[in-house]
Design a protein around this ligand. Sequence first.
Ligand code: HEC
Ligand code: HEC
Ligand code: HEC
Ligand code: HEC
Length: 479
Amino acid sequence: MGGLSKKIFQIQTISAVDNQERLLLDSGNLLFKRQGVAAGPNQERLTAEAIMQIYRDIGYDAVGIGPLDMAGGLDFLQTGVAEGFPWISANILGENKQPLFPQWIKKEIQGVQVIITALSAPPPQLFPGVTVAPWESILPQLLPQLTTENTNPFIILLSSLSTEENRLIAEQYPAITLLLGAGQHQRNASPQLINNTLVTQTEKQGQYQGILEITLGKQRTWGQDREKQVADLQNRLGSLNWQLQRLEKKSANGTSDEKYASTIARLHKDQEKIKSKLTSLQDTIAQEQSPGALSDQYQCRFIALKKNMPNDVNTDKILQNLNRQVRQLHKLPHKLQTADSKEPFSPGHDLVGFRVCDSCHPTQTEFWQSTQHANAYTTLVEKEKNLDLECLPCHVTRDLFNTSDQHLAKESLLSFPSELQAVGCEICHGEGKKHSINPEQFKMVRLPGKDICLTCHTPEHDDNFDYETKIVPVSCPAG
Ligand code: HEC
Ligand code: HEC
Ligand code: HEC
Ligand code: HEC
């Protein structure tokens, strides 16, 4: 969420600067991070509501429904639609096979009908009475409808389907002019022209903002990237010239033999070929630029989110309000929210906290207290984020060596005892209950591996984590 405010600021500056008509689109998976979000008021739902408000306020034109968006139930999304959020999906169908969401949204840009539609990937668990129809059954009906009702439309498909499915769709349906993918495992990739469909994708929950500049032409066919083609040919010509010069100099120096002569002749031939390609390419470009022959042109940029961007004021307000709601929610007696969650945390789990270790390892404990890890929870308190389930997992002591820890209900983080409110000893050395009773028999992990650090020092929270360097200032001294 930290980056969201900067991202919104960036979108607004870009729109303000170039003053072009623009569409703000997202292919989905923006609300939740996992499937099966519990019912009732909880932090995940409050966060999802805040995200919807932010996207609505900045004026998103259409957002496809991804499987992760469905994690809070379909009512949640339908309420969003009722409140003006532009969710679309052509293939989420109800009992009578009727679409449950708007299947497309129509906009007019520079006199061109732009139609945005969306295909959702099915979530792992379906809802009773709901089907997420396969694209093979939806597109053959939908596309003819869109192309007959509108003249020469520019059709954009927002898709949370797999890269492979997107490719098949692009191959089979040239009527789709632009396909924006949003798979869960995709990375930024420059747009690819498949048949007549331009296929793009941006990284999930973006560190990047994808910007596609499109010059709308009269035809719904894509222009080629002529500048690049010209540059490529010119480069090849340049390197040929260089090789020729070198060889000609050598043969002039008297080293000439048959071999040089034939190579020089071949290079001259290649040179002629490329020159004539270049001329005909320039003719094509001239034709394409003549009036009446204009096709759609595009340019694609990915703009990295800058760390030093200011925050967007409105977004910050919404996020502050979210923080207040979350604190309020988590101040309630804890039983209320753990009703539907798994095991509540009990310190009887084999973590004992740093005070127990201190009794036998005062030197290391004193050292640890001088590191930032000892302050990790206090840092959250200072930011009023100590009741935030998004922050707690990396600012307290959990048992990272034991995978069952991952199944602990997140809410249990709220009731951690004070000796675990820090990135404590057991984060790096493993749970210490047995060792504290019988240190000779039960050994601790001496040197924590890189994997342990990376659980928290993720690129998102520490973009220059280097194990070799950062292990030094946290290594407890002997003695
Ligand atoms: C995935 C683990 C992770 C999560 C989740 C996380 N943090 Fe951190 N946080 C870190 C790590 C690692 C550092 C140390 C990074 C560094 O200093 O290089 C850190 C440092 C900080 C710092 C001190 C350094 C700074 O950037 O000013 C603050 C404040 C902070 N986190 C607040 C938060 C808040 C607020 C949240 C929840 C919105 C949060 N963190 C969620 C891992 C996490
Ligand atoms: C961020 C990780 C980290 C934390 C947190 C941490 N340690 Fe360590 N500790 C290390 C590393 C690294 C070493 C050095 C291991 C080596 O070089 O073999 C070490 C070494 C030790 C040793 C062995 C010293 C020796 O060589 O005889 C003890 C005992 C120890 N730590 C106890 C503690 C205690 C107690 C705490 C909490 C108060 C703590 N550690 C917190 C990383 C950590
Ligand atoms: C009752 C005293 C006692 C307590 C409590 C205790 N230790 Fe130890 N610890 C020892 C002794 C003794 C050794 C040396 C064992 C050996 O050399 O066989 C040791 C060794 C270690 C080592 C080196 C690796 C090893 O197992 O030999 C680490 C790391 C360590 N302790 C961490 C901790 C941490 C973290 C805690 C708290 C969770 C803790 N200890 C609590 C007595 C204790
Ligand atoms: C449970 C999450 C967690 C784990 C695991 C973790 N850290 Fe950290 N680390 C943090 C947080 C949070 C901070 C920032 C604390 C603050 O400033 O409040 C931090 C700060 C640091 C810092 C000081 C700030 C900086 O980036 O220079 C170093 C160094 C560091 N960690 C190294 C490590 C190393 C090495 C490991 C693995 C042995 C490790 N950490 C494991 C959460 C973690």
